[in-house]
Design a protein around this ligand. Structure first.
Ligand SMILES: [Fe+2]
Ligand SMILES: [Fe+2]
Length: 264
């Protein structure tokens, strides 16, 4: 997994909730393979984004549950405010990605609804059976993953965003920037509530593999549905997920711990 600097949320950082609303179905109707006319890259984002609505509800529940267990009065006012804004940002992301998933269902990918229902069931089970602090460790790990992906799109593989047609490009940039903005909020809350290093690293390993497998399954379904799950596209999918330039590859960091930006 690529690294990013491990920092606390600066106390003076104002996390802003930006309201957006886009028409995904209209855009898909105009250009089905809206990412550079490339079905693999298009379905990579279609598959990735489909994990967000329920994933983000999982994060919001974990943050709320731990905040309430610790007690609001035991948290610094800045952290309380950051948690509130984190929840509002994720709620807005969830709404937009729900609408993107609905567009995929309407376009002829009905199983995307079933994938979503499966995640909903998993979330209900997790809330009943997994301690809130463990769910928050999973959330902090997932937030590290999403912020790392945002770094990838902004610094290392801007082509992955720039080649997307509107409104997908705008949505991806907006979501990536907000993920960077709130990347450390759940980590900060976790450090205060539990802070176990081993729990955090174990959940990081778990959520990374879990996320990449779920992503792979959804990509396979979307490409199969189009009759495009052939050897060439299977190879391109593997490279995008697991290859040297892919989303799970290590990145070189500079002395300050930031991802090195390629020059030229
Ligand atoms: Fe998000
Ligand atoms: Fe997030």
């Amino acid at each position: 997994m690529l690294g990013i600097s491990r920092v606390r949320t600066p106390a003076n950082l104002k996390i802003l909730v930006r309201k957006v609303r886009f028409d995904y179905l209209g855009a898909m109707g105009r250009q089905r393979y809206w990412h550079d006319n490339d079905p693999v890259k298009t379905h990579f984002f279609n598959a990735l984004q489909a994990l967000f609505p329920e994933g983000e509800r999982f994060f919001m529940d974990a943050a709320r549950d731990v905040r309430d267990e610790v007690g609001r009065d035991n948290l610094a006012p800045e952290l309380r405010e950051q948690i509130q804004q984190f929840i509002r940002q994720e709620a807005m992301h969830g709404r937009e990605h729900d609408s993107w998933t609905q567009a995929l269902v309407a376009l002829g990918y009905p199983a995307m609804q079933a994938f979503d229902a499966g995640l909903k069931r998993d979330n209900k089970w997790a809330r009943r059976n997994i301690a809130a602090t463990t769910r928050l460790a999973m959330t902090a790990a997932s937030e590290h993953f999403t912020a790392s992906m945002a770094h990838l799109f902004i610094y290392h593989r801007p082509d992955l965003v720039e080649q997307a047609a509107e409104p997908f490009r705008q949505l991806l940039v907006y979501h990536a920037l907000e993920e960077v903005e709130h990347k450390a909020v759940c980590f900060d809350l976790y450090q205060q509530a539990d802070g176990s290093y081993w729990k955090r690293t174990a959940t990081m390993a778990f959520v990374t593999v879990d996320l990449l497998l779920r992503l792979h399954n959804r990509m396979r379904y979307l490409l199969q549905q189009d009759g495009l799950w052939n050897a060439e596209n299977r190879r391109a999918t593997r490279q995008l997920l697991w290859g040297k330039q892919g989303v799970s590859a290590s990145r070189k960091l500079d002395a300050s711990g930031r991802v090195k930006v390629p020059v030229g």
